[in-house]
Design a protein around this ligand. Sequence first.
Ligand SMILES: CC(C)(COP(=O)(O)OP(=O)(O)OC[C@H]1O[C@@H](n2cnc3c(N)ncnc32)[C@H](O)[C@@H]1OP(=O)(O)O)[C@@H](O)C(=O)NCCC(=O)NCCS
Length: 185
Amino acid sequence: MDAFPTLRTTRLILRRFQASDADTVQRLAGGKEVAAGTFLPHPYEAETAAKWIAQQESFAAGSALTFAIVLAETHQLIGSIGMEITTTHEHARLSYWLGTAYWNQGYCTEAVQAILDYGFTHLSLHRIYAPHFHNNPASGRVLRKVGMTYEGRMREHYIRFGQFVDVEIYGMLRQEFMRRRTDAR
Ligand SMILES: CC(C)(COP(=O)(O)OP(=O)(O)OC[C@H]1O[C@@H](n2cnc3c(N)ncnc32)[C@H](O)[C@@H]1OP(=O)(O)O)[C@@H](O)C(=O)NCCC(=O)NCCS
């Protein structure tokens, strides 16, 4: 696979995680509100961040691509966005989180748009999908804003913090992404 990509949007840079990000990852990912929408461990220990960053090397195997989301202006790390790629099916599952201080400013939407563009045009994926917990409407809003289609609910699909949770699924096909891009021009 090519060298790790760096993606740029109006306000963000999506780059490879580096070992020096570990303290910030621990602080941002350690928030209970962030954990609630994800399967991030909670509490989030210092060594967890370092180990997790080291694991991002699996990019070399082509199965996962996780970017640090940083503000273009200050290079402040604000969160993470990634794709787990299944090459057999030419599809990828999206996941993301941001530190709470950065919520509701459109950053996740901007990052997801960049990832969709990279996944469909550079990786030639056929489909990108994203599950989110039913009790996490902000995530669903992000996925609708980027034009993904609501595909349904898996009832009580996961257990999080001891409770069964429904999971909502959104997806987009490459042809839909391309059509949307053409229409936007
Ligand atoms: C989900 C998450 C990544 C969204 O990031 P973000 O940068 O705040 O997202 P954006 O600002 O691009 O968009 C958020 C949208 O949700 C809306 N929103 C926020 N809270 C909401 C709520 N309780 N109900 C409905 N909509 C809500 C915002 O108003 C915004 O929509 P708008 O632009 O139409 O006003 C962030 O909340 C997060 O990190 N949560 C914890 C981790 C997580 O849940 N990850 C997703 C796993 S699937």
